[in-house]
Design a binder for this molecule. Structure first.
Ligand code: SF4
Length: 184
């Protein structure tokens, strides 16, 4: 957690270790979530595969396709010369999407199907979907995977968001997500 009153350095170019921690924990969360869904519903293999693959495609697409196409174009990291944000997606976005107006950036947190809700759903969905499997078809390996995803979620909220990513972000003043976490 960020100690009260502590000011973290804002990065124009995030160090590579922050980029690796952010993307590494994100991909691990999605991969373990999909694995847990497949494992939890292995008594019903078709359901298990549909949930696991459906979840994985949704999670990766909202993060690595939808974000650079719809959120990043209006982000300050798209306008800062030579910048690299914590995910590195400003660089990917610059290759595929035209820069948008900065005043559109807060839209990432507006509306039921806004990107922020999809992003949070990608983190919470495997935990919610694994719960029925834990009740109906409990196994120690499934419990282990469930607790690992819980651990990644808690680590993201307590360490990655405040110290590795959002707490050091040049966009936090305009970002509804950072505001919601009290980081702006
Ligand atoms: S900080 Fe977020 S919104 Fe801005 S370019 Fe990076 S991933 Fe996109």
């Amino acid at each position: 957690m960020v100690a009260h009153g502590e000011r973290l350095r804002v990065y124009k170019i995030y160090p590579l270790r922050n980029v690796l921690v952010y993307n590494g924990t994100t991909i691990l969360h999605y991969a373990l979530g999909a694995f847990g869904l497949n494992l939890g519903y292995d008594r019903w293999p078709v359901l298990g595969w549909v949930l696991a693959l459906g979840y994985l495609v949704f999670a990766l697409a909202q993060m690595y396709v939808l974000m650079p196409l719809s959120v990043c174009p209006s982000c300050v990291y798209r306008r800062l010369e030579g910048a690299r944000c914590v995910s590195g997606l400003n660089l990917l976005s610059a290759k595929f999407a035209r820069q948008a107006d900065a005043k559109d950036f807060p839209n990432r947190g507006k509306g039921f199907l806004c990107h922020n809700h999809l992003y949070m759903a990608s983190l919470a969905a495997p935990l919610i979907l694994m719960l029925p499997a834990l009740i109906l078809a409990f196994s120690a390996p499934l419990l282990f995977v469930f607790l690992a995803v819980v651990g990644l979620f808690v680590f993201r909220v307590l360490v990655v968001f405040p110290r590795v990513a959002c707490g050091r972000c040049a966009a936090k003043g305009d970002c509804p997500n950072a505001k919601a976490m009290g980081l702006s």
